[in-house]
Design a protein around this ligand. Structure first.
Ligand code: ADP
Length: 616
């Protein structure tokens, strides 16, 4: 049956279409993923990152970098402003004591008391030496009327000697209060400078003044080396020291929203304004330079001891540059993040697609397997039915034959008995009746066999003594074995062998095996049946029934235990014995196998589970 089912399988598989995961004709590839917004599609995600993410990241990075750079710029500029202021103060204080010291110089006093040419010449040279040593613009001595008697620049074209500077504020301040300061443009040299004047007194009389003019060219030169633009404004807000020549004598624009340390006096109408404009913040100014507008950070500080204010202008281009670089980096990072996310999403999509495809293929495969299995089962059922019918037919034929023969014989014996009775031969009638009884016994045996086939196991197994069962089976078959001159040799262990089973049914199996063996040796020169019972090490009782018959044909071996398989003549066997025996032994939890012995004849091996119980 199984064999026939297996033969059908290739036919079904042949009918089954080849299954491949890419079979999209009947099952389109499922691309529908649950819609979870834009991010579901990798390309959309990438576009989103490029179109929105990159600019936003660029803007944020630029803002952050601008803020950081602005802070750094302001800190640096503040430090720089303090340095510039220290430079300026140092420049002013460096020479402050010189004119004061000269007011006590005897040569100066004598010159002022009696300015003869010799003294003038000597003083000129002295002042020249001093001015050169100090790096001052000019150092000169004025009499009480403001006339310059001697000057460090006595031998230059712009010599102050003989000039009267009585109108100069510093002179008037010095004469009036002893000390005067003023920043002014030189009337002779037109070189701007800071004038410091000290009054010269002798015997409570004002003799004149010693004046030092300091220029800021050197300071300006030094400042120019730095990165910033620097300007110093006076109390009127006018630039007089600066790194930018074009700014000099220009005033701070009035409307500039600057927070200055001191409010400048309103500049005179004619004073031109600095080219500074509002630069987008309280400390930002825009300066027009060479036709272009540049932005600066403006810091201002009051110069102690004067009305001056120091201004530094630091270019803010680096802030913009940093912001630009950071913006680009931000955009690049966002783009990179977008690409990375795209790659991940793409991978996930591919993976999801592959999984979906695999799932589709799996479902399809399952469907086809289910189909094939159903077809197979149907075919199997049909076959089972056919086999059942065939078996039924075979069995009916067998039974009919087995029953018909004795029936016909009984009939003829009965008819004969009637005739014999009429003829008054009761002895012969008795013989006929005995024959009839024998025939009914045979029919009973047939029906008994059929009943055995139909009988189910009781389900209760108990220890049975196998060696005893063997002896009983041999004795049951005794008359038949003697009739056929069959020798039975039993080789049993000396002690009882117990196994799990049922007494009667085990006997039924043994009778069948020994009976078959006796059948097999019938007509053979040597008619021997050997029964060997042994116990294996792993708890089995092994019983073999070997005969000296013809053995079993190789092709018959696989179907020996199939119901109704028989090689015997009609009327001699139903082919149920081995099938029933096999079923019984399986119910005992054991096994029954058949083979041909190498020395000839068949050997049936019965294995049973040995029982714990060893005595009854
Ligand atoms: P039956 O004896 O009615 O034919 P069984 O099921 O007992 O039914 O046996 C089936 C067949 O197995 C027999 O017809 C016979 O061909 C074969 N067979 C059984 N025992 C032997 C044996 N000892 N030697 C050779 N053939 C055997």
């Amino acid at each position: 049956m199984i064999c026939c089912g297996a033969q059908l399988l290739p036919r079904h598989l042949l009918r089954t279409k080849a299954i491949t995961p890419t079979d999209s004709t009947t099952h389109p590839r499922p691309r529908q993923r649950p819609f979870v917004g834009l991010l579901a599609e990798p390309l959309q995600l990438l576009l989103l990152m490029l179109v929105v993410g990159a600019p936003v990241a660029a803007a944020l990075a630029a803002m952050w970098a601008a803020a950081v750079a602005s802070t750094t710029l302001r800190e640096d500029a503040t430090t720089q402003l303090a340095i510039y202021e220290a430079n300026l103060r140092g420049e002013l204080e460096r020479h402050a004591a010189v004119p004061l010291a000269l007011t006590r110089d005897s040569d100066v006093v004598e010159l002022l008391q009696s300015p003869d040419p010799g003294r003038v010449t000597r003083m000129n040279r002295k002042l020249e030496e001093l001015a050169t040593a100090l790096g001052a613009s000019a150092l000169y001595v004025m009499d009480h009327a403001g006339l310059t008697l001697a000057a460090s620049n006595w031998n230059t074209a712009t010599s102050f000697v003989g000039q009267n500077f009585a109108y100069r504020p510093y002179f008037r301040m010095a004469i009036a209060s002893g000390e005067g300061h003023h920043f002014a443009l030189g009337t002779t040299s037109f070189v701007p400078g800071f004038y410091t004047a000290h009054r010269v007194m002798a015997e409570n009389r004002t003799l004149g003044a010693v004046v030092l003019k300091v220029g800021f060219e050197r300071l300006e030169r030094t400042w120019r080396l730095g990165p910033d633009k620097v300007a110093v404004t006076d109390r009127d807000g006018m630039v007089f020291i600066t790194t930018e020549d074009s700014w000099r004598y220009h005033a701070l624009p009035r409307r500039l929203p600057l927070s200055l340390p001191s409010t400048p006096e309103p500049a005179r109408e004619e004073t031109p304004n600095l080219p500074w404009a509002f630069g987008g913040g309280a400390d930002r100014i825009a300066v027009r330079e060479d036709g272009a507008e540049r932005r600066y950070l403006l810091l201002s500080a009051a110069v102690p001891g004067g009305d001056w204010t120091l201004h530094t202008l630091t270019g803010i281009a680096p802030v913009a540059e940093w912001a630009q670089v950071a913006g680009l980096l931000g955009a690049a990072l966002a783009a990179l993040a977008g690409l990375a996310a795209y790659a991940v999403a793409q991978r996930r999509t591919t993976l999801a697609d592959r999984l979906a495809m695999q799932e589709t293929a799996r479902v399809e495969l399952e469907r086809r397997v289910a189909e094939a299995t159903a077809e197979l089962r149907e075919a199997e059922n049909e076959l089972t039915q056919a086999v059942k019918l065939a078996a039924l037919g075979q069995m009916s034929a067998g039974i009919a034959h087995e029953i018909n023969q004795p029936l016909a014989a009984i009939r003829s014996f009965a008819d004969n008995a009637v005739v014999l009775l009429d003829r008054g031969r009761p002895e012969a009638v008795r013989g006929n009746l005995a024959e009839i009884a024998g025939l009914t016994d045979r029919m009973a045996a047939i029906t008994r066999q059929l009943k055995g086939f139909a009988r189910r196991a009781s389900g209760t197994l108990s220890p049975v003594q196998v060696d005893a069962a063997v002896e009983q089976a041999v004795s049951l078959l005794g008359s038949r074995l003697r009739r056929d001159a069959v020798t039975v040799e039993t080789d049993l262990p000396g002690e009882p062998v117990w196994a799990m089973g049922e007494d009667v049914r085990l006997q039924q199996v043994l009778v069948n095996l020994i009976g078959n063996a006796a059948d097999a040796v019938r007509g053979r020169p040597q008619r021997l049946v050997r029964i060997l019972l042994t116990c294996s090490g792993d708890g089995e009782a092994i019983l073999s029934v070997r005969d000296t018959g013809t053995g079993i044909r190789e092709e018959d071996l696989p179907r020996l235990f199939v119901p109704f398989f028989t090689t015997k003549e009609a009327g001699e066997g139903l082919g149920l014995g081995l099938s029933i025996s096999h079923g019984i032994v399986e119910e005992f939890g054991g096994s029954l196998t058949a083979a041909n012995h190498p020395d000839g004849g068949a050997i049936f091996t019965l294995r049973l589970k040995r029982a714990e119980q060893t005595a009854r």
